[in-house]
Design a protein around this ligand. Structure first.
Ligand code: M1P
Length: 270
């Protein structure tokens, strides 16, 4: 299915703007947070893909992008040339997986359990308006920690976010983790509404750029112009590193509508 859909577009070597790629964050850049992309956004991305390569880069796992950008009949890997889930630790090029390593291999079981045990004890000792399920999500390239739990509904997510804005639940837990594990080489990134990501320092969204750089040797395409669009581009946000990386041209957006406006202006789309 992915190959059939990709064949509608010129091959990467034959795109009119061949050395350009547009990379998009997902939540609040292509879609409202944890929701689906609008038909207008899907149509615009399809138009853009006739001109240059397109990809997404997300801290979330692949299942979420399938829910938000794909559908029951369309695989998300057919909609983008490059799909970078978990900051590029789980990556696809034209529907085919690219090689990568994992968080657990890098950290090791012992340190991992020290971290998990600390977090579970910490969360057991705090009281919140609500707690739901899945407080730690184990992913290939990171773990995601959520005090309210990843099973929270949209209403419960919003409630936690408002509570966290006042009580700094996530920031305080991050500070405690930094203090407890100063030598673990981990980065803590508050990117969404109810959780934060924990990954080896350097495995932020810039991790995916190595896959694009490798294109020069594999397909001969030198992506000289890597446009990145994201909404969390301020220091501390999970788009900051890739937005400010010298290899990218960063665009800070406020919403999916803003992304569409910029794309229309930059690439003369309608
Ligand atoms: O895309 C940003 C973040 O989205 C989710 O965050 P939350 O559920 O807290 O809104 C998570 O998947 C997180 O990993 C990701 O960085």
């Amino acid at each position: 299915m992915a190959t059939a859909a990709a064949s509608v577009y010129p091959s990467l070597e034959n795109r009119p703007i061949k050395e350009t790629i547009c990379l998009f964050d997902v939540d609040e850049t292509l879609t409202p947070a944890r929701q689906t992309a609008s038909p207008e956004m899907q149509a615009l991305l399809s138009q853009l893909r006739h001109k240059c390569a397109i990809g997404y880069i997300s801290g979330s796992d692949f299942i979420k992008q399938q829910e938000q950008l794909g559908s029951s009949s369309v695989s998300v890997i057919s909609l983008f040339d490059f799909c970078f889930a978990e900051n590029g630790l789980n990556a696809f090029r034209l529907g085919k997986p690219l090689a990568s390593t994992s968080f657990i291999t890098w950290l090791g079981e012992e340190k991992y359990q020290n971290l998990v045990n600390f977090v579970l004890r910490y969360l057991a000792d705090i009281r919140l308006p609500r707690k739901r399920g899945t407080f730690i999500e184990f992913r290939k390239g990171m773990i995601n920690i959520s005090p309210v739990g990843r099973n929270a509904t949209i209403e419960e997510r919003n409630e936690f976010e408002a509570y966290d804005n006042v009580h700094n639940i996530r920031k305080t837990l991050v500070e405690a983790l930094k203090k407890e594990f100063p030598d673990y080489g981990l980065t803590y990134s508050i990117g969404g509404k109810i959780s934060f990501d924990v990954f080896p320092t350097g495995w932020d969204k810039t991790y995916c750029l190595q896959h694009l750089e490798a294109e020069k040797a594999s397909s001969g395409i030198d992506y000289k112009h890597i446009h990145f669009f994201g909404d969390k581009c301020m220091p501390g946000g999970n788009d900051y590193e890739i937005f400010s990386d010298k290899r990218t041209i960063g665009h800070a957006v406020e919403s999916p509508e803003h992304t569409m406006k910029l794309l229309k202006e930059l690439f003369k789309l309608s």
